[in-house]
Design a binder for this molecule. Sequence first.
Ligand SMILES: Nc1ncnc2c1ncn2[C@@H]1O[C@H](COP(=O)(O)OP(=O)(O)O)[C@@H](O)[C@H]1O
Ligand SMILES: [Mg+2]
Length: 326
Amino acid sequence: MPASQPDAEPVLQVRDLRVEFPLRRQRKTLKAVNGVSFDVHRGETFGVIGESGSGKTTLGRTLVGLIAPNGGQLLQGGTDPATLSRRALREHRRDFQIMFQDPNAALNPRMRIIDSVMEPLEIGRQGDRTSNREAALQAMARVGLPPEFAQRYPHQLSGGQKQRVIIARTLTLKPRLIVCDEVVAALDVSIRGEVLNLFADLQREYGLTYVFITHDLSVVSHVSDRIAVMYLGCLMELGPADTLAEQPLHPYTQALLSAEPIALPLSMRRQAQIELKGEIPSPVDPPSGCAFRTRCLHATERCAAQRPAWEERRPGHWVACHHPLA
Ligand SMILES: Nc1ncnc2c1ncn2[C@@H]1O[C@H](COP(=O)(O)OP(=O)(O)O)[C@@H](O)[C@H]1O
Ligand SMILES: [Mg+2]
């Protein structure tokens, strides 16, 4: 991965971002994203790791404008999308794309591959059909899909090939940022590496920025420049991928790392297993103070009374914890 450029204007600036879902029957609100702050720099891969239900997908959808936040601020390339006219917003949104785990859900089974790849260009009413077709074929070639795939249907392709179709389709829009939400989770382990390498190649070639969301620490550790650790809608820790793995500051990060089996690089493996006590609490009734305190070995009264501040304890290494490990 290329070095990120922290001095350039961040692609995303996120401040105290909140997303809530009203649960009408229970007359409560579910805080799926509960006040998170971070920047994503141009050209980097920003990993987001967390257990299922921690709010990763909701965060990703919000970052690309599919969900409007309930609070806080989101700047995309320095622009607050809420200030744009409808027309300007349509243009602006093309720059911020998202891909999901299941390529089947994103592909119309009755459409030929070429038509699926061209679709975003046709919807955007860009260019004529011939030039769009040409652009689509080029994008397909770039992701390793030979031209004879153009006339096929999704059911004739493997999972990895379908995910390549989605990548090609996204590339035709020439986005600045792609949120990749569990994009290799559904793929056979044997082809994950290939697809991850393709993402890396495309990043170098097109200067892309990625937010790489996964519950799988071995995936995120291989591709990310920086990693953010999410728990119950909150960020627990954020830092350079190697420092975070070797010297985690948050007990939750430490527990995640210790739970990971052999797939991890040597530097990330821990001797001692630290077990996570109990279940993840419900985001409808999250614990007071620190969200993690009910499962934390280091928790004290203070952790129940007061939400820990989001602090930069080492350069570029942030943590929200009353009792950090260093
Ligand atoms: N549209 C929705 N309505 C109500 N609750 C939702 C909705 N989408 C997600 N949630 C809830 O928000 C929480 C976070 O979900 P999600 O963002 O999918 O987490 P993750 O991707 O980390 O598994 C979960 O408790 C989930 O049930
Ligand atoms: Mg998810």
